[in-house]
Write a protein that binds this ligand. Structure first.
Ligand SMILES: Nc1ncnc2c1ncn2[C@@H]1O[C@H](COP(=O)(O)OP(=O)(O)OP(=O)(O)O)[C@@H](O)[C@H]1O
Ligand SMILES: [Mg+2]
Length: 293
C-alpha cells in the first residue's frame, strides 16, 4: 500500500508537523483494523518533506547533507509518524519501519534530465532573491519548484529482511521511494536523487508476491480527462489502460498507472488507485480505479 506524500503533507509550505500527524491519524485507524485480515506493507512518498529538508540544510550555514541522506532522514521521520499512529490504534500485529535502500543505474537517463519536483513552491520574485541558484527548477501552474533526478529503482537491498519481518510483523519500507544507491564492486554508494515511490512500491509488491497493490493519493479515481473531471475509470484491464497511457500526466498519475501495469504483468492480481480517505471502500472495491488482467 503506497501512501501519497502530497496526501500527507501539502507542498504549500504552510502545513506543520502536527498537520502531518493529524492527517495520518485518520487512515491509521483503518489500517490498524485491516491488519486483522491482511499482511500489510506500507510505502510512502517524501516529495514535499525532502525538498523542505534540502532548503533547511542549505540555509543552516552548516555542512549540507547530501540528498541521499536527506531521503534517509525523511524515511525515519515520516516512518516514525506512520508507525506510531498505527501502533497507537491497536493493530493485530505491530508495524515496524525499515530503512530501505534501492539500487539505481548510473547510466539512467534521469540523471541528465531532472524531473521530480520536491519541496515548496516559489514565486518568480522569490527565486530572484537570495542564492537559490544552485538548484534546477520546474514551472508548475505559474510557480517554481526544485527538480531532482528520479531514476528507476532496480533492486531493493533489504528485501530479504523485509520478507523475514513480514512473517511476524507488518512493515513500513521503501519510504520516499527508498534511499538511492549505486553498487560499485562491493561498495554501496549514495546517489543524489529521489526515486518515485510508485515504482518502488511495485518492485516491493512484485518481489514479495503480494496479491493486491493499492496506491493511495488525493484523487478519488483515475480520470480519462482530469482537467474536466470527466471519464472516471472504475474498472479497467491492463491492456485497455495501457492503450491510453499517453493521455496521462508524467510525474503524477502516470507513474502510478505504469506501476499498476507492471504489477499485474508480473503476477499481481489486483491493483487499485484511489483516495487516501476512501481506503475502507477501496478494500471492498467500492471506490477507486481497479486494474486487473
Ligand atoms: N488523469 C488523472 N486522474 C487522476 N489524477 C490525476 C490525473 N492526472 C493528474 N492527476 C493528479 O495526480 C495526482 C497524484 O499524483 P502525485 O504524484 O501528485 O501524488 P502522490 O503520488 O500521491 O504524492 P507523492 O508523489 O508526493 O508521493 C492527483 O492528486 C491529481 O492531481
Ligand atoms: Mg507521486
Amino acid at each position: 500500500m503506497g501512501l501519497g506524500g502530497n496526501a500527507l503533507l501539502k507542498p504549500s509550505g504552510n502545513q506543520s508537523v502536527s498537520g502531518e500527524i493529524s492527517s495520518i491519524k485518520n487512515i491509521a485507524k483503518t489500517i490498524a483494523r485491516l491488519s486483522s485480515r491482511f499482511n500489510i506493507v506500507i510505502t510512502h512518498g517524501n516529495g514535499t518533506q525532502v525538498g523542505d529538508e534540502l532548503i533547511k540544510n542549505k540555509n543552516s550555514g552548516l555542512e549540507m547533507l547530501p540528498l541521499y541522506l536527506l531521503n534517509a532522514e525523511t524515511q525515519g521521520s515520516i516512518g516514525s509518524i506512520i508507525e506510531t499512529a498505527i501502533n497507537s490504534s491497536r493493530p493485530s500485529k505491530p508495524f515496524c519501519t525499515v530503512v530501505t535502500h534501492v539500487v539505481v543505474d548510473k547510466s539512467d537517463d534521469a540523471f541528465s534530465v531532472p524531473t521530480k519536483p520536491i519541496g515548496p513552491f516559489y514565486t518568480k520574485r522569490e527565486l530572484g532573491k537570495g542564492s537559490k541558484g544552485q538548484f534546477s527548477y520546474i514551472k508548475e501552474n505559474g510557480m517554481f519548484r526544485i527538480v531532482v533526478p528520479s531514476p528507476k529503482p532496480i533492486k531493493i537491498l533489504e528485501i530479504e529482511q523485509i520478507k523475514h519481518m513480514l512473517k511476524r510483523f507488518n512493515v513500513i519500507c521503501g519510504g520516499g521511494g527508498g534511499i538511492p544507491v549505486f553498487i560499485e564492486g562491493n561498495s554501496i554508494i549514495g546517489a543524489n536523487a529521489v526515486v518515485d515511490k510508485d515504482y518502488t512500491t511495485q518492485l516491493i509488491a512484485t518481489t514479495i508476491k503480494a496479491r493486491r497493490m493499492i496506491l493511495l493519493t488525493n484523487a478519488d479515481y483515475v480520470y480519462k480527462d482530469f482537467a474536466g473531471r470527466k471519464g472516471k475509470i472504475k474498472k479497467v484491464s491492463v491492456q485497455e489502460i495501457n492503450s491510453m497511457i499517453g493521455n496521462f500526466e508524467e510525474g503524477t498519475i502516470r507513474p502510478k498507472i505504469d506501476a499498476c501495469i507492471r504489477f499485474i504483468k508480473n503476477g499481481g492480481e489486483i491493483a487499485q488507485i484511489g483516495s487516501i480517505n476512501m481506503l475502507d471502500k477501496i478494500i471492498k472495491k467500492e471506490s477507486g480505479t481497479l486494474i486487473t488482467r
